[in-house]
Design a protein around this ligand. Structure first.
Ligand SMILES: [Zn+2]
Length: 353
């Protein structure tokens, strides 16, 4: 459709084009970054950059969010050292790269980010790093634009939260393998093999999520949440999202918003809502009380992972664990059936309960 050639695609295409040029330059001259004071002289093999910055013979790769770091690490395996810039609970939409972050990107053999304007405040940095001759890749670059959401609340931009659909994220994994293979041809078969192995697990995870969400009674299959990140989850797994970030800060308007939310919850007998700190505790209490006064007990569901994963080193600190947590907690809170400890029996009971 023609609208898919406008707006955000332009900027994505621009960056994609830059990274394409960067690869082409690296392949043609067998070197790169000769004008780049941050780069040291690499070996004469391959692109000449591989492992140059780390001195380890491994690819020195810089990534943005934990979800991107997770898939790039899985595909790179022992061929790469991966450094994520956006860690902990940092918000990728608001993240601004510091001079150290930019230095890391300039010194890297490759940079991977989500794209679709998720890391919107880093766009100039990616372009700058690309101009230095470094390959800069949006992992979502290869996705069929027809599969992307373009909801009105994103104001003409694609919804960038594609990791919420495991199948779409799995396609990004394949794209990472393709780009790493182009950079480091000697190991390209290894990248593909690791990506295939990882994607097999993702297919199983996708099946688990579909299966458990389908056990939620159909009339209660509503995800009432303050996150705007769950559009792809809803689309892929057959659950409808009802956003509650709309509760006004104006007290008169807030009462109307709360009343209409209470109506919705009571009418649909939604057992639980999923909130985060951005919605005021006072408003949430008002919603619970409103439901209570109409004889409906509303629970607060577990905290969900949206734009960041759990603690590094924990199961929830992996992409698979994060999605397992979300699907399992949503299902159990809404009256469906899922194992308490999730798909692989690995969910911790303490984390975000
Ligand atoms: Zn987000």
């Amino acid at each position: 459709m023609s609208r898919h050639t406008q707006g955000p695609l332009t900027s994505t295409a621009r960056l994609a084009g830059l990274s394409g040029i960067a690869i082409a330059a690296a392949l043609v001259c067998g070197c790169s970054g000769s004008n780049d004071p941050a780069a040291t002289n690499g070996s004469s093999e391959g692109t000449g950059r591989v492992g140059a910055a780390s001195g380890s013979g491994k690819l020195n790769i810089v990534t943005t969010t934990a979800m991107v770091t997770d898939i790039v690490t899985a595909v790179a395996g022992d061929r790469g050292v991966v450094t994520g810039l956006i860690t902990g609970n940092q918000d990728p939409h608001m993240f601004t790269a510091g001079s150290n972050d930019v230095k890391k990107m300039i010194g890297a053999d490759a940079v991977f980010y989500t794209g679709l304007m998720l890391e919107g405040r880093m766009a100039d940095d990616f372009a700058r790093v690309g101009r230095k001759g470094n390959p800069v890749f949006p992992v979502t670059e290869g996705l069929d634009r027809e599969k992307l959401r373009e909801p009105p609340e994103f104001e003409g931009h694609w919804d960038p939260h594609v990791w919420m659909d495991v199948e779409l994220w799995s396609e990004c994994v394949a794209h990472v393998a393709k780009e790493l293979g182009a950079l480091d041809a000697a190991s390209s078969d290894d990248y593909v093999a690791r990506a295939d192995e990882f994607r097999k697990q993702l297919t199983e995870l996708d099946g688990y999520i579909k299966k458990v969400i389908a056990t939620i009674p159909k009339e209660q299959r509503f995800l009432v949440t303050a996150h705007d990140a769950f559009g792809y989850f809803a689309q892929a797994y057959g659950i409808e999202v009802k956003a509650i970030q709309g509760i006004s800060t104006d007290s008169q308007a807030a009462i109307a918003d709360i009343n209409s939310l209470v109506d919705f919850i009571v009418e649909n007998k939604v057992p639980a809502i999923f909130v985060e700190s951005s919605v005021s505790q006072k408003n949430i209490e008002a919603v619970i009380e409103g439901c209570g006064s109409r004889g409906w007990t509303l629970k607060i569901g577990a905290e969900l992972y949206s734009d960041a994963m759990g603690k590094t080193g924990s199961y929830e600190g992996t992409y698979i664990g994060m999605m397992d947590h979300n699907a399992t907690k949503i299902t159990r809170s809404l009256g469906g059936e899922a194992p308490e400890k999730g798909w692989q029996g690995k969910l911790s009971s303490s984390e975000k309960d």
